[in-house]
Design a protein around this ligand. Sequence first.
Ligand code: AGP
Length: 609
Amino acid sequence: MCGIVGYIGERECSFLLLDGLKRLEYRGYDSAGMAVISNGKIDFHRSQGKLYNLEGLLRSKPIKGKVGIGHTRWATHGAPSEKNAHPHVVGSVAIVHNGIIENYLLLKRELIKRGACFLSETDTEVIAQLVYFYHQEGLNLEEAVRKAISRLKGSFAFLALSSKEPERLIAIRKESPLIIGLGKGEYFVASDAPALLPYTKRVIFMKDGQMAILSRGGLELKDFSGTPVPFQAVDLPWSPLMAEKAGYKHFMQKEIFEQPRAISDTVRPHIDLDKVEIFFEEFQITPNELREIEKIWFIACGTSWHAGLVGKYMFEKLCRIPVEVDLASEFRYRDPIINKNMLLIPISQSGETADTLGGLRKGKASGAKSLGICNVLGSTLSRECDCVIYTHAGPEIGVASTKAFTTQIALLYLLALYLASILNKIDLERKRAYLLDLLKLSGQINTILEHAQDIERLASKYKWARNFLYLGRGIYYPIALEGALKLKEISYIHAEAYAAGEMKHGPIALIDEDMPVMILAPKGETYTKVLGNMEEVISRRGKIIAVTEKDCREVKEKAKDTIFIPSTNPFLKTILLTIPLQLFAYYTAVFRGTDVDQPRNLAKSVTVE
Ligand code: AGP
C-alpha cells in the first residue's frame, strides 16, 4: 500500500514529512515525493527508489513551508518512475493518494476531451485533474474536492492542497485508512499510526465517507455530502513498532486479515456486473488467437505453484483448454515440448524469483507467449512477460505468503471466466452467478476471520504435534499442499499433504494416534470419497481435524474437531478453505514461539537458485 503523510501548523514541515514517510517504509514502496505550500505556490520534489533519494533532493534544493503533504508509492497503475510518483500537481492543486480508482480510464478520457494534459500513467492523476478542473470553475478547494469524489469509484484516501488556499489541508477517506493526529495548534495526517507517534498519541481515526478540513485554527469533519459529523479523539496505546502492524502482533496476522480488502482491490477493477462483463486492459486476446492456444502452462514456485495447481482445475473445467503446471525449478531444466501456440503463465508474488524467471526465459526462447500474474509493478517478471495482470494485495511483508496466494486464485478465477466467455463456454447466467459469488467472497472471508479465536484454540490443542498430514481431493488437493506448507514453514512441524485418494497407496502406514490429520471435506463431487478416506484414518486411530460446511453432518460426526466455512461454488471454496489453514499455521507458530514473520532459513523472495 502507499503511505500518506500531511502537516499543517507552525513548523517548517518538509523534514517532518520525510520523517513520517520513513516511519511508513515498512509498507513497501518504489518511489516517493512531497509538496509544500511555499510563498503562495506549490513546491514539490519526487524521486524513484528509496527515501534517501528524496532526502537528497531536499538537501540540495530545500522546500520551505508549513503546510505540506508527502507520499511513498506502491505502484498499482503505471510503473515506478518520477513522473508516476506522487504528489500529482495540476496547476494550483496537489494530491497524494492511497487506493485504486476503478473508473479512472473513463474519467481520464473525459478530462482529456475537456483539454486536460496528463503527464503520468497513474489513476491518481485523475483525482488531481478533476479537483483542479472544478477549482478552476470557481469552487473552493473543499467544494472542488467534494465534487471530484462524487465522480470517483473505488477505494481512496487522499490529501489535497491548493496554492489558492494556503491555509487549508483537506483529507478524504473511503475504504483506505487515514488518521488525524492532534497537536498544539498543528495537525498531522497519515495512512498509519507510526508516522504520527513521535508527535502525538491523540488521534482521530477517520471513517469511510468522511472529509476533514484542516487549518491552523481548527478541524472540521464532514461526510461527503458536506454535513458536519461528530468525532471522538482517542489516545493510541501503541509503541511505534506495534503501530506498523496496526495493532496486530505480526505482519502475517495483519496480512491474513487484509485478505477481504486485497481480494476486492484485485478483482473489482476488472468487473462490470451490470453488463456481466469482465475486462483485462492488460491482456487482450481475440477469440481466434485464443482458439489457437493448444495449451496453457503455469510455472511457479512454492505457494504460487499451489495457485497454479488450482488454476489448472479452473481453466480445464471452465475453458476446456489443456493445462500443465510445473515447478519452475523443474521446468527450466527439463526439455519441455513448448511452442508458439502455447500460453506460458508464470505466477509470482515478488516477480523476482530466480527459478520462475529462468522458466519464463526458457519458455519465451521456445516461442511461447507469456502472461505474468504478479503482485509487484516494475518487477523483473512484469518487465519480461509479454503482458502482466497484477494482484493488488499490497506489499506482503511476512515471509509466509497469504494474501498474495488468495488474490492469485481470485485473479485466475476471473481470468478463466474471461477466457471461457470469449470461447462461448459459459452462458450469461452462469457467468453472472460466478461473478456474484466472487463479489460475496470478501464478506465470507470476514465471517471466517470473525471466528479466528476458535482456530486459535484448536492450534493450542495440537501445537506440540511432531507431524501433520493434510488431505484434500480434486481442486482442494492444492489447498492441502498450501496448508501443509504454511504449517511447516512457520511452525517447523513436519507437515505433508497428499491427495486423499492416495492414502491407501502408502501414506496410510503413517497413521496412528500421534499423527493428526487435517482433512478438507467440503461438499462436492468427491465428498463421499472423502468420507471414506476419513474412515480409513479413524480405523487406524488417527485424529481428524476437518474443514467443511455447516450442513456436512457426517463429517462433523467423524472428525475429532471441525472448522466450518461458508458455502460458495467449488472454485472459490479453495479460498475459503485456505483462510482457516493460514490461521491454524499462524497460531501454532505463535504458540511454539517461532519467528512468524521471518522464519528460519527462509527469504521473502528467492532471487537466487
Ligand atoms: C510461501 O509462503 C513462501 N514464501 C514461498 O514458497 C513463495 O511462495 C515462493 O518462494 C514463491 O515466491 P514468489 O511468489 O514471490 O515467486
